[in-house]
Design a binder for this molecule. Structure first.
Ligand code: NAD
Length: 545
């Protein structure tokens, strides 16, 4: 327990965000902890403090200011930050994560106030473990790491990408109840090829172009193994790496350490869950679907891979299942005859004539499901959406590119161009749409439905690896949480307000796989779901006296 003995003076306590309660310190605590006089005399409850936070939050004139305000709160009073976000998740999550975090990353050097997380750079090569030891926490459960090369759909933001690991780890706590002290955000600065940033006098990263090749691989390898040494068993989530590195790093480390890539595997899981829900509305089978992807990168190929596993689980052969998935990239349909295709696209390069663009691909292939993961805004044009609408009674249209400005189409466009027949989900949130008196609630295929629960499950059972089977189990668990009432309004994901319960269910499913496959290192509790719930951090003030 905290006592005046292990805090050197009251002011230190007020400046420690993990312990600070601000105006909520009681009379007794103020006396015992040398706080008397350092705070205004009136004592407020956490609830009253939250009201003040929300009032200030609402008074901010734009979303970036709201982001800055919430980060500042996280930096001074963690408990109040998490309490306020959890109790107002639908309003605040889009501010601390996508879409607003995208803007925050673009301007990270300009809005920078206080450091959070660890910056590892190419200049630290050879002493990464020493830098990791500078982190004040001795026990770390989850690390989110980026090299900043593909931040959301915004491209190379270099060290500014730090906003992403910070935001994602906040969601581990908000959505799944992973204790904040177990979370470590890391940005690996290997330079940036973003010339605008390099010219920006307030850019916070190394002023050099990206390193590539062996030097890069050696640095990443040193980071991965130094983590095993300094924080044994910690889960490493790779985030927003370029697809060239993401696929290879996943292959390289997936079976060696406890790691996953959310852009590839988390996206796949949340999208598959959305598809399962959509099929409950259309009353169709997964194996009868033909899925066309606009975008053949981490998200597109990751989703296709998981759909193939899901179709195989329903009895379809691997090769047949692959032929149900088709990808379009910037050069048109991915087909066998195309030269110089990147490795990760090869599995979906089917025997087919060249098709130059998405509209022709829709007309030729007649997909039942259209998934946008290209980072290219407004590429689901009216003729394309109408064409999918002509092929299907209830077309499934997912415009997943983030942030909102990159979405392939808006919710309103999807509904109005199909006369309200589309089953729509996006990556960033869209408001409900009313057409001819009927209101449609767009689904948000937000990875936050999946990765926090996967992380909670992984660390609580101490799994040695995170497997694709776990993401399949997570997708099924998430889909099972969608009620008939949700589906009636067209919503294919559970309300965000239920996310903590949903994450506990996913955590139990993931841990279940770990126990079944002999990967868990912690003794199995009797009731996995109850155990996961009991492990969730609740941001409530503790008494210090
Ligand atoms: P990526 O860079 O790995 O892949 C992008 C792909 O889009 C590449 O294959 C590229 O060739 C293709 N592309 C580029 N221009 C195109 C065009 N004009 N037409 C067709 N294809 C084109 O990126 P990624 O990780 O796959 O992410 C892509 C987008 O998906 C991003 O905007 C990201 O924010 C979004 N995303 C959303 C979610 C979610 O909502 N749950 C999850 C992950 C990624």
């Amino acid at each position: 327990m905290l006592t005046s003995k292990n805090v050197s003076g009251g002011v230190d306590l007020l400046h420690d965000p993990t312990l600070n309660k601000g105006t909520a310190f009681t009379e007794e605590e103020r006396d015992k902890l040398a706080l008397r006089g350092l705070l205004p005399p009136r004592i407020f409850t956490g609830e009253e403090q939250s009201k003040r936070i929300l009032e200030n939050f609402h008074n901010k004139t734009n979303d970036l200011e709201k982001y800055i305000y919430m980060v500042a709160l996280q930096d001074r009073n963690e408990t109040l930050f998490y309490r306020t976000v959890i109790d107002n998740i639908e309003e605040i999550m889009p501010i601390i994560y996508t879409p607003v975090v995208g803007k925050a990353c673009q301007l990270f050097g300009h809005i920078w106030r206080r450091p959070r997380g660890l910056y590892l750079t190419i200049n630290d090569k050879g002493c990464i473990a020493d830098v990791l030891r500078n982190w004040p926490m001795k026990k770390v459960g989850i690390i989110v790491v980026t090299d900043g090369e593909r931040i959301l759909g915004l491209g190379d933001l270099g060290a500014n990408g730090m906003g992403i690991p910070i935001g994602k780890l906040a969601l581990y706590t908000v959505c799944a109840g992973v204790h904040p002290s177990l979370c470590l955000p890391i940005t690996i600065d290997v330079g940036t090829n973003n010339e605008e940033l390099l010219k920006d006098p307030l850019y916070i990263g190394l002023l050099r172009n990206r390193i590539r090749g062996d030097e890069y691989d050696e640095l990443i390898d040193e980071v991965v193994w130094a983590v095993q040494d300094v924080f044994p068993g910690a889960l490493i989530q790779f985030e927003d790496f370029s697809n060239f590195n993401a696929f290879r790093l996943l292959r390289k480390y997936q079976k060696k350490v406890c790691t996953f890539n959310d852009d590839i595997q988390g996206t796949a899981s949340v999208t598959l869950a959305g598809i399962y829900s959509a099929l409950r509305i259309t009353d169709q089978k997964l194996t009868d679907q033909k899925i066309l992807f606009q975008g053949a990168g981490e998200a597109g190929v990751g989703i296709a891979n998981l759909i193939v596993s899901a179709m195989e689980a329903e009895g379809m052969s691997h090769d047949k299942a692959k032929r149900q998935c088709w990808l379009v990239d910037s050069k048109g349909l991915v087909v066998k005859s195309r030269e110089n295709l990147q490795n990760h696209k090869l599995a979906y390069a089917h025997d087919h004539e060249l098709v130059p663009d998405l509209l022709s691909a829709v007309e030729t292939l007649k997909p039942t499901i259209l998934v946008g993961v290209s980072g290219q805004p407004q590429t689901f044009t009216q003729p394309i959406v109408e064409a999918v609408g002509e092929i299907n009674e209830q077309p499934v249209i997912f415009a997943l590119s983030n942030p909102t400005s990159k979405a392939e189409c808006t919710a309103e466009q999807a509904y109005s161009w199909t006369n309200g027949r589309a089953i729509f989900a996006s990556g960033s949130p869209f408001k409900p749409v009313t057409l001819d008196g009927k209101t449609y609630i767009p689904g948000q295929g937000n990875n936050a439905y999946v990765f926090p629960g996967v992380g909670l499950g992984a660390i609580e059972c101490g799994t040695k690896h995170v497997t694709d089977e776990m993401f399949f189990a997570a997708a099924k668990a998430l889909a099972n949480e969608v009620t008939e009432d949700d589906l009636v309004s067209g919503c294919i994901y559970p309300p965000l307000t239920q996310i903590r319960d949903v994450s506990a269910v996913i955590a139990a499913a993931v841990a279940g796989v770990a126990y079944e496959r002999g990967l868990a290192t912690v003794e199995r509790p009797d009731n996995l779901l109850e155990y996961m719930k009991s492990r969730q951090y609740e941001p409530n003030y503790e008494s210090y006296v």
